[in-house]
Design a protein around this ligand. Structure first.
Ligand SMILES: Nc1ncnc2c1ncn2[C@@H]1O[C@H](COP(=O)(O)OP(=O)(O)OP(=O)(O)O)[C@@H](O)[C@H]1O
Ligand SMILES: [Mg+2]
Length: 257
């Protein structure tokens, strides 16, 4: 059974960093293959993972909507799109990546969306884990119909606004009727102790964080040096916090022996 993990939160709170560290955890512990999905139009998950993106779903769809589309003889439109979309998977040893990218045309890609939905569901089955880095709006999640989310990681930074944004995301989850087994709130990039005013707001909102990730100077350093977070050492504070969270979450699923 594939375990579906989705990461969401307000812009800039650390979704991509958390996604990369979750994937790092899965691979370092040899828990199985990973399909990473970068569903943020300002995609940068690939960089964090040290992978190179050749093609995005958005670009393929744009071309597909284009007037000059020439479908090879003997191929149906659907088969041709499937073929093209298959080319959008960046493959590496134990991790494959799909980058959604940005669509330039009108928002409604109704026909291609149906194909994508079917394909991503099909692809997902081949992996032990699917890990999705979301845009705050989570539109792409709403396009995932048949697959439920096992672990929803909601990321806030160390700010009142970040916490309040979680409430809006929770409402959105309800609106989109996403089926989620478990939600875990992560407070990321915490300088030292959690501020008492943050604790107060969490109390008011009824939030109990599943993990606190400290502000980690190694993450800042990697960002400046443009090094993939994937390569952070085990001693990194953020890595330790994410590993500890994942141990806790996955031990309940029976994935960890
Ligand atoms: N725990 C941390 N310690 C130090 N810096 C961090 C930490 N987490 C994230 N950052 C930094 O904060 C910035 C935003 O992080 P990240 O890109 O992961 O957020 P995001 O939610 O994916 O942003 P976006 O909404 O733009 O996609 C990055 O420069 C990252 O290096
Ligand atoms: Mg991001």
């Amino acid at each position: 059974m594939t375990i579906n993990i989705a990461v969401a939160g307000k812009g800039g709170t650390g979704k991509t960093s958390v996604t990369s560290l979750v994937i790092r955890y899965i691979l370092k512990n040899n828990l199985g293959t990973v399909l990473a999905v970068d569903a943020d139009p300002n995609s940068n998950l690939a960089e964090s993972l040290g992978l190179e993106v050749r093609q995005t779903i958005g670009r393929i769809l744009n071309n597909f909507q284009g007037e000059k589309l020439t479908i090879p003889a003997g191929m149906t439109k659907e088969a041709y799109l499937e073929y093209q979309l298959n080319g959008a998977i960046t493959e590496s040893k134990s991790i494959d990546l799909i980058t959604m990218g940005r669509g330039e045309g009108p928002e409604c890609y109704c026909y291609p969306n149906t194909v994508i939905r079917k394909l991503v569901d099909e692809w997902s089955k081949n992996y032990a884990f699917v890990v999705i880095d979301n845009e705050a709006g989570m539109e792409h999640l709403s396009r995932r119909t048949t697959q439920n989310i096992d672990e929803m990681l909601l990321v806030s930074d160390h700010s009142i606004k970040g916490l309040r944004a979680l409430e809006r995301i929770k409402d959105l989850i309800k609106e989109l009727k996403l089926v989620i087994t478990r939600e875990s709130i992560i407070i990321n990039n915490v300088p030292g102790e959690v501020d008492p005013r943050m604790k107060e707001e969490m109390g008011r909102l009824g939030i109990t964080p599943a993990a606190i990730i400290p502000a980690d100077e190694e993450i800042s350093q990697y960002d400046l040096e443009q090094k993939p977070l994937f390569q952070l050492p085990d001693t990194s504070k953020a890595v330790t916090a994410v590993n500890e969270l994942m141990n806790r979450l996955l031990s309940k699923t029976g994935v960890l022996k």
